[in-house]
Ligand binder design. Structure first.
Ligand code: DGY
Length: 321
């Protein structure tokens, strides 16, 4: 069968596909336009795509032969799953394999902001370090503080569990109880406004759906402590970026660490000049290990889907009922 791959992914995944199928891979190192994706999908049985590709009804409807869509990401808000359902096309994602890498990135950002690592690095490189000084680069301690985790699925749970060594008081918000966090950390499930009010560090781990869009906006930022640090490794639109810029400029909170942006790859221009925010290029899962496992997982899902069976990481299992 024929598969369209919207951008080069690690070889281990491509090799698996090549053993059984024919591949057409985007030859450019850039995101394709919708027209290019539609052209690529023409005459293909499978589509292996990325979170940067908008796989909407126009794309899915364009190829009546399409049998499988494998996303190279755990988040799949880029795919119109309802339209895939209509055509009984399985859609898969890549859960688990990037959980720890993403949780580690959230911690990296948390420490970078709390201890002003990027700002201090720039300061030092600029030759401004004139010796130890009692008032230089005061940050925030992490040990013993209150950690607020919003969304305690796989990544939120892994992130919270990594707080163990820092003896933190863990609060969480989720629709369902997380007994593991309660048992292992003594974590407390609280309402969002309580979490905002009491947490020193707030980390977002929710999927992007209607109810989580702009979950963090002006009101929420105003409730937070003025020493609070906000970390976002989930999806950009969960945070109202303009409101965050205002909060950071006017020091409603201490700082923020962002891996994702509201209008990626565009970043609010004012964020660039602020010292109290650390910015990453949506690279939370970017480790050799995770990206390789994601490629293998996406390929394995594709192979099973093209064989007419339910892929192991199918997000629309109901189509098989
Ligand atoms: C995902 O897989 O959804 C991540 O955002 C990729 O880094």
């Amino acid at each position: 069968m024929k598969i369209f791959v919207t951008r080069k992914i690690p070889k281990q995944g491509l090799d698996l596909l090549l053993k059984e199928h024919e591949l057409e891979i985007n030859p450019h190192d850039r995101v394709l336009t919708k027209e290019e994706i539609i052209k690529g999908v023409k005459g293909k049985d499978g589509l292996l795509c990325l979170l940067t590709d908008q796989i909407d009804a126009e794309v899915i409807d364009s190829e009546p032969n399409l049998k499988m869509i494998a996303n190279y990401a755990v988040g799949y808000n880029n795919i119109d799953v309802e339209t895939a359902n209509k055509h009984k096309i399985p859609v898969s994602n890549t859960p688990d394999v990037l959980t720890d890498s993403t949780a580690e990135m959230a911690w990296s950002l948390l420490f970078s902001v709390a201890r002003r690592i990027v700002e201090a690095d720039k300061f030092t490189r600029a030759g401004k370090f004139k010796g130890w000084a009692p008032m230089l680069m005061h940050g925030q301690d992490v040990t013993g503080k209150t950690l607020g985790v919003i969304g305690t699925g796989r990544i939120g749970t892994a992130f919270a569990l990594k707080s163990k060594g820092f003896k933190m008081n863990v609060l969480y918000f989720d629709r369902v109880r997380n007994e593991q966090l309660e048992k292992e950390l003594g974590a407390k499930k609280v309402e969002l406004n309580v979490l905002f009010k009491k947490s020193d560090f707030i980390s977002l781990h929710v999927p992007l759906v209607e109810s989580t869009e702009h979950l963090i906006s002006e009101n929420e930022l105003k409730i937070m402590k003025n020493t609070a640090i906000l970390i976002n490794t989930s999806r950009g639109p969960v945070v109202h970026e303009k409101a965050l810029v205002k909060a950071l400029k006017e020091k409603w909170i201490f700082g923020a660490g962002l891996d994702v942006y509201e209008n990626e790859p565009k970043i609010h221009p004012d964020l660039i000049d602020l010292d109290n925010v650390v910015l990453q290029p949506h690279s939370a899962s970017a480790t050799v290990e995770s990206r390789t496992k994601m490629a293998i997982m996406a390929a394995e899902n594709m192979l099973v889907g093209l064989a007419g069976e339910k892929p192991p990481n199918c997000v629309n299992k109901d189509i098989f009922n």
